[in-house]
Design a protein around this ligand. Structure first.
Ligand code: DGY
Length: 321
């Protein structure tokens, strides 16, 4: 008899077909939204699950799921999981590292370029039919090449951003991280380790790539925004909650910083209403890893994690043992 698994959200048909070869699958190709209660109830009927970063697997959910054995997150971030609680319940947790690193770094750079060079703001102006003539200062933005990028969080994606910045755009790269990179990695990224304070004070572009946890909640709030240059841009491709969005909206409106580019939001898919009304922010709906090949690779790795757990006893990229 096949084990019963649930796929929380719509997924590629090919991944679904592959999983059906191994499991009795409950899918959600209809994209029916979950409440926490309906998700918990559905999950409790299964031994395995393929989740996204929006589907909680915490102590409360686990309490209702005594038969659950493995949950594969189709994301590298896993702040929707309570990994210690999963371990205590004997549930194997896994994520999808590596396969999205370069694509996400590409997007971080796209958002930086769009923000610094005011691409969406100027496109909206053009579409509104307001463009009547060339002007010397029309949508003049910040320089990217040759400027200083400050990367907060120097994991795999942070290093991908650093390589693009240093080697592609001749930028000076400074970074802050819980631990310093090896001398070899610093040389490869041409990156200099600095304190968070120095980074905020000196960077022309601040790129956030830190994982979310209680410790990183509001890493950037009013006090940190006040430390940044008035000409600086802030890019968040990490997680909502790393930035205090209400404080950021004030800083943008009052031009304490020049502009921001945000792919992630506190309480997403809701977006702080004040962010929707300031012009100097580029907003995208959590799509940093969304190239078709990368999303396929993420789906396949998550599927392989479940198949591997139920056939070999261990996921390929586990977060616990
Ligand atoms: C990730 O992989 O963590 C991305 O943010 C997609 O959820």
């Amino acid at each position: 008899m096949k084990s019963k698994i649930i796929i929380a959200r719509p997924i590629f048909e090919a991944t679904l077909a592959r999983l059906r070869e191994h499991f009795e699958v409950t899918d959600n190709q209809a994209d029916t939204p979950w409440t926490k209660a309906s998700w918990t109830q559905a999950l409790s009927q299964h031994v395995g699950a393929l989740t996204t970063g929006s589907d909680p697997v915490d102590a409360e959910v686990l309490k209702a799921c005594p038969n659950l054995k493995a949950v594969a997150n189709m994301a590298v971030g896993y702040n929707n999981f309570d990994v210690p609680a999963m371990t205590a319940h004997g549930v194997q947790a896994s994520n999808t590292p590596d396969v999205l690193t370069e694509t996400t770094a590409d997007f971080g750079f796209a958002l930086l370029m769009a923000t610094a060079r005011r691409i969406t703001e100027s496109e909206h102006y053009l579409r509104r039919g307001e463009w009547t003539q060339w002007r010397y200062d029309m949508f003049a933005g910040a320089e990217v090449h040759g400027s200083t990028i400050g990367i907060l969080g120097m994991g795999r994606i942070g290093q991908g951003i650093a390589r693009r910045a240093a080697h592609g755009f001749g930028m000076k790269v400074i970074y802050h991280n819980r631990s310093r990179l090896s001398a070899e990695s610093e040389a490869e990224c041409k990156a200099t380790y600095v304190s968070k304070e120095e980074l905020l004070k000196t960077a022309d572009h601040v790129m956030l790539v830190v994982p979310y946890s209680a410790a990183s909640h509001h890493t950037i709030g009013a006090a940190e925004l006040a430390q940044m240059k008035p000409t600086a841009t802030l890019i968040n491709i990490a997680r909502g909650g790393i930035v205090d969005d209400a404080a950021l909206a004030v800083a943008l409106r009052e031009k304490q910083i020049a502009a921001a580019g945000l792919d992630v939001f506190e309480g997403e898919p809701k977006v702080h209403p004040d962010l929707l009304t300031v012009p100097n922010v580029v907003l995208t709906p959590h799509i940093a890893s969304a190239s078709i090949p990368t999303r396929m690779a993420m789906a396949n790795l998550a599927a392989d994690n479940l198949i591997s757990y139920f056939t070999q006893g261990k996921s390929l990229t586990p977060l616990n043992t």
